[in-house]
Design a protein around this ligand. Structure first.
Ligand SMILES: [Zn+2]
Ligand SMILES: [Zn+2]
Length: 555
């Protein structure tokens, strides 16, 4: 058997991080990719809009790639599709809502359907992709249409859970297909790749039904307007809010681009049913009495541009929070967003409104399985080998330990690092090499053109500011004819620092005094000397270290 005819699993994203999920499964001449997500930039990636996986490995093995297969429509699973899918031209498979959300993204980025064929599947379907076949299995999660995947290979079955939880009473009535998972388990699962997000939480994730009950109680007691902030993609919860509102004679106003868009798509696909007369346009909200209004908006993470944030700070063009309003923040802060959302919550309190959030009432439940559910998944599928995925490093370690407790032998568990080429056969599971991986940064229309050097400069500028020194030299005589002029941004306010600016000019004049006439060959030397002397001078004066840009113009 050639080394190629091995079963390999490669995480190109999604391990050691929660985001940019992308997993390769390959056997011999056939390869599929599961998910194609993004991650939001870290704080030190100044000006970067988003981050996507490095797909060098896929480009190198392009002729073997059969398809992209999607578990669900969250950004960390589909967010990189507009940048990556068009490079390959292979079909993308997913459930209706997932593909509708991908289609929307492709359209916005002017990628045509010819470039990327989209193929809708139903939970339960099996598709053939060369020697691999993929079975879609319904799971519960915080978005409709979420599936786990069973990839059948000549070596055995690899189950990838996708993001999941076990909800026996979901609001849409569709329970995770435990039966299908158990059947795979009884026939024998070679390897399980499972969602590690909530491995630190004991017990079970509460049912979405719990949120519905909390909302019912809150809505019944509200006297003024009700505002609900949540993720736009949670269509079941949007439906629940609209229904709860309608039952109490309130009409719902859906605000914000992403919220309106997702609602529209979900209704078109039949994932959501909106009774006529249950919605109200944002322009007509003021025509209704306050106790007949519910406003649904984004901003549950305190994002500066989102609806709730603007309304809290009276920056929304239509709606402002007032003291008689009730505001429900129906989400959990994504790690890193805590300070944003707490700022917004403080501002909401300042407006006098009644504010309800996760630590006050059960207005949110997670979309991810807690420990007991993870154990259930391991028990039902009974995998020979286990690979924890979708988690930061500590989550992966804890999930590996949990699998150990359930009885998976230690040697049969791999804690993956990004790019690990994991080989699986009947003799064992091992890391057999490393594929190129990394982060491709997106800034505006630029894909990958901002690297470490640019980021370092941005950081320097953002922390210390900039001083530009302009010196005009007459070509004929080589004499300084004007300047040095000093321009400063983000360093000191020039008008209030005249002495410092004069000192700065003197330092530059001091450098130039060493030259009777300036030849072009001296320019580099002069610039370096100006930089060095100014750094010393400014550090002595202020203990600051701005970026210094000397410019010599010849006139
Ligand atoms: Zn998800
Ligand atoms: Zn996810």
């Amino acid at each position: 058997m050639s080394s190629k005819s091995k079963l390999k699993v490669i995480p190109l994203g999604g391990v050691d991080e929660i985001g940019k999920n992308m997993y390769v499964v390959e056997y011999g001449e056939d390869m599929i990719v599961i998910d194609c997500g993004l991650i939001f930039p870290k704080e030190d990636m100044l000006g970067i809009d988003l981050v996507i996986p490095d797909v060098t490995y896929l480009l190198k093995n392009q002729e073997r790639l059969r398809a992209f297969v999607f578990t669900h429509g969250h950004e960390d699973h589909i967010g990189a599709t507009p940048y990556i899918l068009k490079q390959f031209g292979v079909p993308a498979y997913g459930t209706r809502l997932t593909l509708a959300l991908i289609e929307q993204k492709l359209k916005e980025n002017r990628v045509s359907q010819q470039q990327v064929p989209l193929r809708v599947v139903e939970p339960g379907d099996v598709i053939e992709l060369g020697k691999l076949s993929v079975q879609f299995i319904k799971v519960n999660h915080s978005i409709a249409g979420a599936v786990a995947l069973a990839v059948h290979t000549p070596e055995g079955v690899v189950v990838h859970t996708g993001d999941f939880k076990i909800d026996y009473t979901p609001v849409d009535g569709g329970v995770i297909d435990l039966n299908a998972l158990a059947m795979l388990g009884s026939k024998g699962v070679l390897a399980l790749m499972s969602d590690s997000t909530n491995v630190e939480r004991p017990g079970y994730t509460m049912s979405e039904r719990k949120v519905a009950e909390t909302f019912k109680g809150l809505f019944e007691h509200a006297e003024g307007r009700i505002f609900v902030a949540m993720f736009a993609s949670n269509v079941h919860r949007i439906q629940m809010v609209i229904d709860s509102a309608a039952r109490l004679g309130r009409r719902t106003c859906v605000v914000g681009r992403s919220m309106t868009q997702v609602t529209k798509i979900a209704v078109q696909l039949g994932e959501m049913v909106i009774e006529p007369g249950s919605l109200v346009d944002v322009d007509d909200v003021d025509l209704l009495p306050d106790n007949q209004v519910v406003v649904l908006t984004t901003g549950s993470q305190g994002e500066p541009m989102a609806g709730l944030t603007r309304m809290a700070y009276s920056e929304h063009r239509k709606l402002t929070i007032k003291s008689t309003d009730m505001v429900i923040v129906s989400a959990n802060p994504i790690p890193g967003n805590e300070k944003f959302i707490s700022r917004v919550i403080n501002q909401l309190y300042r407006s006098g409104a009644k504010v309800i959030y996760e630590s006050i009432a059960e207005v949110h439940v997670s979309g991810h399985a807690c420990r007991e559910e993870l154990k259930m998944m391991l028990t039902l599928t009974k995998p020979k080998y286990f690979i924890p995925v979708h988690g930061e490093y500590r989550h992966l370690c804890l999930h590996a330990a949990l699998a150990g407790e359930i009885g998976v032998p230690r040697d049969n568990i791999i804690i993956p690092d990004l790019g690990d080429i994991i080989e699986i056969d009947k003799h064992g599971i091992r890391k057999g090499g490393v594929a190129p991986t990394g982060s491709v940064l997106i800034d505006g229309l630029g894909i990958g053109d901002v690297g470490n050097v640019v980021l370092r400069d941005r950081k320097h500028l953002s922390q210390d500011g900039l001083i530009i020194i302009v010196m005009a030299i007459e070509k004929e005589s080589g004499m300084l004819v004007s300047g040095p002029d000093v321009i400063s941004r983000g360093f000191v306010y020039v008008r209030e620092a005249e002495e410092l600016m004069e000192g700065t000019k003197n330092v530059v004049r001091g450098v130039l005094a060493n030259y009777d006439r300036v030849e072009q060959s001296d320019w580099a030397h002069i610039k370096n000397k100006v930089k060095d002397d100014l750094h010393k001078y400014l550090y002595d004066k202020l203990q600051r270290n701005p970026m210094v840009l000397p410019i010599i113009v010849e006139i």
